[in-house]
Design a protein around this ligand. Structure first.
Ligand code: WTA
Length: 655
């Protein structure tokens, strides 16, 4: 692991105090109030969490707040519950019952609204249907769908049965589905005929067919198919005995009577696959009570949620942001959520802003890569819509460049909305650091202060805390309720990946600095994980995919700074004998990655090399390749490089 990536060059001095009007009615109104709550969460976690979780439904209360046997934490033991009761049932006896839970807009502009009562009913009916298909407590169910209300129904229905869902982002290709289904031995796959993306039909069911045709997917007994586009736009082939239509197993006039399966606090809730620095994707496991409490509390405080908010998180439900901040966090708070099916620029770059005006969105939570893309289109698009309903903006996924922050603040937030820059990971389950609105000033580019119960630190490789404003590795020193519990089926990997780099701490893989006010500034990953347009991409996965192509002998994937995507993906490839480097082959190889993993992982550039620079022990020296890819002089140490001429050759190959 190299330390070079963690020097923080950004010295941003602008400060934005919470707007007075916002602060006056915020849930947390001052830094002192935040400090007091934060202290309590560390000194007296039991009192703190019991009070903050009081709105959630526990059939039996917990007896032990946390048990910490590094690296294993157990939270809220003794509690029994079902997450779906906190998200749905509890609202049935309050006026929230008739409030919109999900306002959906399709890419072509049609809309549908589900109240909490309707969402409850759909979920209970679907859970009953799944149970009749044979889904039982503990079974794994894969969900491969687009952004339609039924994706939330499917997740909640699994939770209601105590089944473990694994949502696979709809942009993934068949082989990625196969690998995930195989890894968790999914019994059922829930999908839909197809969805829209930028005016094109995304064929989801036929991709599932390709995945399930492979022997590795033998665990799957049934697939449930939602009809969304219809037979004319997206015909599908139903496999006899395996595939059933959603509308055939759910009777809209049926009796919604399925009781929730009550589970223990640590019962698995879902697995979400994410990229690591080595090998195949990791199945990050989240469990029931801690995850629910973590997402519930952060949604309420970070977004300063009010009963009359219309909240819009633009993430896809296939990523963790969609799990925590479209489904579990907002619904457990009784929020009204906007769900949008399509692309931000369909049919033009004004779409997001029209959505905000049309639905009166008050809270917008999106990613820096989207903000940069909008920024590039100029200031006129947002001006065409009335954005005055907005009162809070959020950012997640990667560090936000101060210039993008300022643009967002001015052009979208009308200089009146606080911006919450939220740092967290698939593994952390919920937001762990943020510029809390109302409580403290925001500094563009900084992710602010730790959330309750979270103890971050910036340390050297040896684990010593560095002083204010020095760069180092970002670690977490205490367990938090929504932390991952393990890597599915591979506890050793869990230990190694997160708890072996720095003694006694969870290592995030990020580099950071903490300033004199205690604000954190994340500078990016320091392991071999790339962050391309907010998607975490493991270099190893890209490389293995390329090496699976007959022309490729060896491959090394690295990131190069990119204005729009944060990082662009550059892959160095050496060819097998008999193949020659040419632009057609480069396109073919890039397409190959697009097909195998998904379009979002398609390399931006393929560069051919006779050989890749390696250490004497045979490890590819990515840090040198990174310099080459970004056109930088190599400043780092090359003493371990096996053959210096390799580097010279790579440079002379530059286009
Ligand atoms: C990065 C997404 C800076 C970081 C929720 C982290 C951020 C990785 C921020 C996790 C932020 C996320 N500022 N960097 N506000 N939010 N990151 O698992 O490198 O897809 O480790 O979770 O994204 O990505 P993941």
């Amino acid at each position: 692991m190299s330390n070079e990536a963690i020097t923080s060059l950004l010295k941003e001095t602008r400060r934005f105090d919470p707007p007075a009007e916002f602060a006056a009615r915020a849930r947390i109104t001052s830094r002192e109030a935040y400090d007091a709550l934060y202290r309590e969460s560390l000194d007296d976690p039991d009192t703190f969490w019991r009070r903050e979780a009081k709105d959630l439904v526990f059939r039996t209360p917990w007896t032990q707040t946390v048990e910490w046997n590094l690296p294993h934490a157990k939270w809220f033991q003794g509690a029994t519950l079902n997450v779906s009761e906190s998200c749905l049932d509890r609202h049935m006896s309050t006026p929230t019952r008739n409030k919109a839970a999900i306002i959906w807009e399709g890419e072509y502009g049609e809309t549908r609204t589900l109240t909490y009562a309707q969402l409850y009913r759909e979920t209970v009916l679907f859970a009953d249907a799944l149970a009749k298909l044979g889904v039982e407590k503990g079974d794994r169910v894969a969900i491969y769908m687009g952004m339609v209300p039924e994706v939330a129904v499917a997740m909640l229905a699994c939770a209601r049965l105590g089944a473990v869902h694994t949502v696979i982002f709809g942009g993934f290709a068949a082989d990625a589905i196969r690998d995930r289904v195989h890894d968790c031995q999914a019994k059922v796959v829930i999908t839909q005929d197809g969805g829209y993306r930028r005016g094109h039909v995304l064929e989801l069911k036929s991709t599932v067919d390709k995945a399930l045709a492979q022997p590795q997917s033998a665990s799957v007994q049934k697939t449930v198919v939602l009809r969304h586009l219809g037979a004319e736009k997206c015909p599908v082939t139903m496999v006899e005995g395996r595939d059933v239509w959603w509308h055939d197993i759910v009777d809209p006039n049926g009796h919604a009577r399925r009781e929730a399966t009550i589970v223990d606090a640590e019962h698995p809730l879902f697995i979400l696959y994410t990229s690591g620095s080595t090998g195949k994707p990791k199945g990050v496991l989240h469990t029931t009570a801690g995850y629910l409490v973590g997402t519930h509390v952060t949604t309420k405080y970070v977004f300063d949620l009010r009963d009359d908010d219309v909240y819009w998180c633009t993430a896809d439900v296939g990523w963790v942001t969609g799990h925590s901040y479209i489904v579990y966090g907002p619904l457990s708070n009784g929020a009204t959520c906007l769900l949008y099916e399509g692309a931000p620029n369909f049919p033009d770059w004004g779409r997001f802003w029209r959505l905000i005006e049309r639905h009166g969105v008050t809270i917008l939570y999106t990613a820096p890569t989207a903000i940069r893309a909008f920024m590039r289109q100029g200031d006129d698009w947002p001006k065409k819509s009335d954005l005055s309903s907005l009162r809070l903006l959020g950012s997640v996924g990667e560090p936000i460049n101060p210039e993008a922050w300022i643009w967002y603040h001015k052009n979208i937030g009308g200089e009146r909305c606080p911006i919450v820059d939220t740092w967290w990971q698939t593994e952390t389950g919920s937001i762990l650091m943020t510029t809390l609105p109302g409580a403290a000033a925001a500094k563009p580019g900084s992710t602010g202060l730790p959330m309750f119960g979270v103890v971050p630190d910036v340390v050297t490789k040896e684990g010593t805390s560095v002083g204010a404003n020095a760069g180092g590795m970002l670690v977490l020193k205490r367990p938090w309720p929504s932390m991952l519990r393990t890597v599915w089926g591979d506890d050793e990997r869990f230990r190694k990946q997160y708890f072996s780099d720095i003694e006694g701490c969870y290592f995030t893989g990020d580099g950071a600095r903490r300033d004199e006010d205690g604000y954190y500034w994340v500078v990016g990953r320091i392991d071999d994980v790339l962050n391309v347009a907010g998607h975490r991409i493991g270099t190893a996965e890209i490389e293995s995919t390329l090496v699976s192509h007959p022309a490729v002998a060896e491959a090394a994937a690295v990131g190069r700074p990119d204005d729009l995507k944060g990082q662009a993906l550059v892959v160095f490839v050496s060819l097998r004998p008999g193949f020659s480097a040419n632009p057609e082959l480069a396109t073919k190889l890039a397409n190959h990655v697009g097909q195998e993993i998904g379009k979002f992982a398609r390399p931006d550039q393929i560069r051919f090399a006779d050989a890749l620079p390696k250490t004497r022990s045979g490890k590819i020296m990515r840090r040198l390749l990174k310099d080459v890819a970004s056109g930088r002089e190599t400043t780092g140490d090359t003493s371990t490089l096996e053959d210096l001429s390799v580097l010279a050759k790579l440079r002379s190959n530059e286009e």
